[in-house]
Design a binder for this molecule. Sequence first.
Ligand SMILES: NC(=O)c1ccc[n+]([C@@H]2O[C@H](COP(=O)([O-])OP(=O)(O)OC[C@H]3O[C@@H](n4cnc5c(N)ncnc54)[C@H](OP(=O)(O)O)[C@@H]3O)[C@@H](O)[C@H]2O)c1
Length: 431
Amino acid sequence: MSLPMLRIGLFGFGTVGQGVWKILQSQSQSLQNRTSREIQIEAIYVRDVGRYKIQYPELPFVNSPDAILNNPDIGVVVEVMGGENPAKELVIQSLRKGKRVVTANKELLGKHKSELFHEASLHHSDIYFEAAVGGGIPIIRSFKVGFSANSIQSFFGILNGTTNYILTKMSETEGQSLASVLSEAQSLGFAEADPTMDISGADVAYKLTILAAVAFKIDVGISDIHFEGIESIDSDDIAYARQFGYEIKLLAMGKQLDANSFVLKVHPTMVPIHHPLASVRDEFNAVFLTGDSVGEAMLYGKGAGSLPTASAVISDLIDIAFEGQGPGSARNLETNYRKVAVEKIEDQETRFYLRLNIQDIFGVLEKIAAVFGTNHISLANLIQKERDESTAQLVIVTHKVPEKNMQNAIVQLKQLVEVLSVQSVIRVGLD
Ligand SMILES: NC(=O)c1ccc[n+]([C@@H]2O[C@H](COP(=O)([O-])OP(=O)(O)OC[C@H]3O[C@@H](n4cnc5c(N)ncnc54)[C@H](OP(=O)(O)O)[C@@H]3O)[C@@H](O)[C@H]2O)c1
C-alpha cells in the first residue's frame, strides 16, 4: 500500500540543500521502494530567487518563508540555511505548525536545543539532526539507537574536518605553518573564508553539546564546556609530538564520572600513535566510544561536504517517511535531558607537553625544575635543543598532574627571566 507523498520545504539551498536535492533526484525510486512514499521538494526558500532560477529553472523557489510555513501540505521542513537567526525563528514557527524539522545546524542546536526540543514536544512534532554532527557519519542515530543498550562511559571525537585537514597537512609537510596550510585549505575549498568557528574550537564545542545530549541524556550549553582551538599549534609541536609517539588532534571528549558528573571538553590533544584516532587524517571525522556492553567502537567517515551531509539529512527524511503522519516519534524526540555538573577543567588531571624558549645559561634548568617541584609535577621526558648562541628550546612531557598545579607552574615559569616564553602547552593522552 502506498502512503501519501511526503512533501518537504527547504530553508536554504547552498552546499547541503543542493546535495539534498541531488540525492532525492538520483535515489527517488529506491527511496520510494523502501518507504512506500514519494518524497518531494514542494518549496525552497532563498533570499534571491532570481539568482537560483538561472541555474535551476525547474525548482520551486519561493522568496518568503511564509510560502512554506503556511502551506498545510508541507509536513516536513529541512533547515539548511545555517546560523542562529532567522533559522531559530523559522524552526520554532515550523514546529508550532506541527511540521517536523530536519536541521544540519549545530550552532542553532548547540545554543538552543532545550528550547527547541521543548517547542517540539509542546506541538507534538519532532526535530531530527543527524547532519549536525559528523556530516555523513550516522553518529546521532548510533547513540540513540545502535548503542542504546549501553551506558556510554566515554567518547572521543574528531569532529571538525577543517582543523583535522590542517593538522594532517602540518604533520605531513615538515615545517609548514598553520597560516600557510590554512590558506591552502581555503583555496582547495576545505576551509571557510572565515574559519574562526573551526579554528577556535567553537564548532566542535557546539557539536559536543549535541553528542553529550544523545550519548549521556544531559543538557549542557557551550558555556559549560572548556574549549580551546588549534591557533597556537606550531610545526615544532607536531614534530616533537611525533618524536614522542603522538599525533596532535583537536578532540572533543565526553566522559561519565558518575551519574551526575561529567567531563566535557575540547582541546588539542596528543593522541598515542597506535590509537585508532591517530590515523584519522585529512578532512575525515571519527568518534571513538566505550559502552558498558559493546566495549570499544569507532565510527569514521566524511564529516562535511555536500553529499555526505545531505546523506545524513535524507536518512532523517527516511525515518520520518517510515513513521507516517502520527505524532513525533518517541525514539527520536527526547526532551528529558538532565541538567548536570560538568567537572571544572582545574579539577581534572592529565599529562602535559610544554615547549619553552629559554636563555641557554648555567642554572636555568635548576630554576625550572624547582617550579615543577614546588607544584608537585614530575617529568617524564625532557629535550633541550639549542636555537642560537644564547637561547634554547626546552620540551617537557609530564606525568599526570592536576590542571591547577600546571596552571600555577605556568604562571611561575613566565615570571622567571630565564624563560623567554611558554610557547605551547598541550594535553597528552586520552585519560
Ligand atoms: N557544508 C557542509 O559541509 C556542512 C556540514 C555539516 C553541517 N552543515 C550545516 O548545514 C547548514 C547549511 O550549510 P551550507 O554549507 O549548505 O551553507 P551555505 O552553502 O552557505 O548555504 C546556505 C543557504 O541558505 C541560504 N540562506 C542563508 N541565510 C539566509 C537567510 N537569512 N534567508 C534566506 N536564505 C538564507 C543561502 O542563501 P544565499 O545564497 O542567498 O546566501 C544558501 O542558499 C549550516 O547550518 C551548516 O553548519 C554544513
